[in-house]
Write a protein that binds this ligand. Sequence first.
Ligand SMILES: [Zn+2]
Length: 84
Amino acid sequence: MSKYTWCLHCETVHLTKSWEQHGKEKGDTIDAVHGLCPNCVAGGFLDGWRWSELVKYNGYPKEPKIGHEYPLYPTDEQKKLLSS
Ligand SMILES: [Zn+2]
């Protein structure tokens, strides 16, 4: 299990355990298993991506800023800003 999970819906990153906790508190059965985005309540089953995928493709830092927005398709400028 990845330490961080990124949301396809709102493009913010959170601790995976925050997703799990939110899913248990606010979600239905499937959310209790896969979690819910702490920011926008997208379901982790479809919209929760392992942070390591974003690190691999976009060169984002392994330890992201929690709650920060990291676009899936960053411009070169954004890539530069967000990779440090
Ligand atoms: Zn979200």
